[in-house]
Design a binder for this molecule. Structure first.
Ligand code: KG4
Ligand code: ZN
Length: 356
C-alpha cells in the first residue's frame, strides 16, 4: 500500500510517499514501513527577516511549493499517482491559512484521482514519527511534544487514545528559542542558532554566571510557561553592559531543558510509563536528547526501566512522512478511509478530541 502525505501546518511544505506492507506482523508495526520520498521545502529565507513565521506569507509559499514538491516526491519514489492507495493530510492544529492550502490541495487530489483520504492530527503525527525506528512501543507512554507552536505533555494510553496532561500557558518551547534568538540578533529559526552558540560556550565554560529562572518547574500541574524566560533574557540584556552571547544561549537552552525534563520525568513516574517519547522540532536539539537519555538512566529518578524514544532529527522537524505514517495507522486501527467531502481543516484540533 502506498500512502501520500501532505504537510502545511506551519512554514514547511512537505510531501512524502510511504510504503506499507498490509500484512500485519504478529508483533510490531514498522518493519512494514518504508519512506520512499520525504520532500520538505523550507521557508526559512522568507520568514528570516521577520524573526518568526508570518502566516499569510507562509500560505502563499505553500501554494507555490506544493505542486513542485509533489512532482519531486513522485520522481524520487519512482511511482505514479495511479499507485497511490491513500492520501493523508494534516488537518490541524496549525496556522489556518497554511492548513487550508494543504487540505484543499489534498482534497483536490483525492477528487481528481478518485482516492480515499484521511485527515491527520499534526501532534499525533509527531508522536508516531517514533514508529519509524521502533517496531513496537510499549504503553502507557508519556509523550513530550515540543515544537514552535506547541508544548504538550501527553499520556498515550494506546495509539489513538490520548490525554493531554499539561501544555504551555503562553509561548511554546520552540517559540521561546525563536524569540530569544531574535532578541540576541541570531536569526530564524532560533533553536538551531541558540544550540550552536551554546555549544561554543560549553566547550570553554568553567562556570555559569548568568542565571535565568526555570518557570513553573516545581508547579504541581504539568503546564509550562516560557514567556517569562524570554522577558528575563530581555532584562539581562538591558542590565548587562556586555553580553556573553554563547553563555546566555547555554543558560537559556539549559533552563528550557531543565523544565521539560523535570516535568516529563514526574509524569512518567506518576503514570508508570513504560516509554517516554520526545518529539517535535525542538527534539532535534542535541543537548535535550542527550540529557533526557542520561536522566532517564539515572537511578535517582527511579524510571530506569522506562524506554526512551526520540525520532531521527529529520523526522523531528515538520515533514510529511510522519503524516503518511499517522494516516496509515489510523486506517490500520479502524478509521475508515473517507471521501474528500469529509475533510476539513481545524486550527485548534486537540489530540484528545475523538477523531475516529
Ligand atoms: O515541529 P516544528 O518543525 O514546527 C512546528 O510544528 O512548530 O518545530 C519548529 C521549532 C522551531 O521553533 C525551531 O526553533 C525549533 O523547532 N528547533 C529547535 C532545533 N531545531 C528546530 N529548537 C532547539 N534546538 C534545535 N536544534
Ligand atoms: Zn510540528
Amino acid at each position: 500500500m502506498l500512502i501520500l502525505g501532505i504537510e502545511t501546518s506551519c512554514d514547511d511544505t512537505g510531501v512524502a510517499i510511504v510504503e506499507a506492507d498490509e500484512r500485519r506482523p504478529k508483533r510490531g508495526l514498522t518493519r512494514i514501513l518504508n519512506i520512499k520520498s520525504n520532500v520538505v521545502s523550507s521557508q526559512i529565507k522568507v520568514h528570516q527577516k521577520y524573526g518568526g513565521v508570518v502566516p499569510n506569507l507562509a500560505a502563499r509559499e505553500h501554494l507555490k511549493n506544493l505542486e513542485p514538491c509533489l512532482r519531486q516526491a513522485f520522481a524520487e519514489a519512482k511511482v505514479t499517482p495511479d499507485n497511490i492507495d491513500l492520501i493523508t493530510a494534516t488537518i490541524g492544529p496549525g496556522l489556518i491559512p497554511c492548513l487550508l492550502i494543504g487540505v484543499n490541495f489534498a482534497k483536490t487530489l483525492a477528487y481528481v484521482w478518485e482516492k480515499p483520504i484521511i485527515g491527520v492530527n499534526h501532534i499525533e503525527a509527531h508522536i508516531i514519527a517514533n514508529y519509524f525506528e521502533n517496531s513496537e512501543i510499549n504503553f502507557p507512554a508519556i509523550a513530550l511534544v515540543v515544537s514552535g507552536g506547541h508544548t504538550q505533555l501527553v499520556l498515550v494510553k494506546k495509539l489513538g487514545d490520548y490525554k493531554i496532561l499539561g501544555e504551555t500557558r503562553d509561548d511554546a518551547a520552540g517559540e521561546c528559542f525563536d524569540k530569544v534568538a531574535k532578541l540576541l540578533g541570531l536569526g530564524y529559526p532560533g533553536g538551531p542558532a541558540i544550540a550552536a552558540e551554546a555549544a561554543k560556550y560549553q566547550i570553554r565554560a568553567t562556570k555559569y554566571e548568568i542565571r535565568l529562572p526555570r518557570p513553573m518547574i516545581k508547579h504541581k500541574s504539568y503546564d509550562f510557561s516560557f514567556s517569562g524566560l524570554k522577558t528575563a533574557v530581555l532584562y539581562k540584556v538591558k542590565d548587562m553592559k556586555k553580553i556573553n552571547v554563547p553563555e546566555m544561549c547555554a543558560e537559556v537552552q539549559q533552563a528550557i531543558i531543565d523544565v521539560l525534563i523535570e516535568k516529563t520525568i514526574r509524569a512518567a513516574k506518576e503514570y508508570r510509563a513504560k516509554t517516554v517519547i520526545l518529539s517535535g522540532g525542538v527534539a532535534a536539539n542535541d543537548e535535550l536528547r542527550k540529557q533526557f537519555q542520561e536522566k532517564i538512566r539515572d537511578t535517582k529518578y527511579q524510571i530506569r526501566d522506562t524506554n526512551f524514544l526520540v525520532p531521527p532529527k529529520i523526522l523531528c522537524t515538520d515533514n510529511a512522512a510522519m503524516i503518511s505514517m499517522a494516516g496509515y495507522f489510523k486506517y490500520l486501527y479502524g478509521k475508515p478511509k473517507t471521501s474528500w467531502k469529509n475533510i476539513k481543516a481545524d486550527a485548534n484540533l486537540r489530540i484528545d478530541q475523538k477523531m475516529r
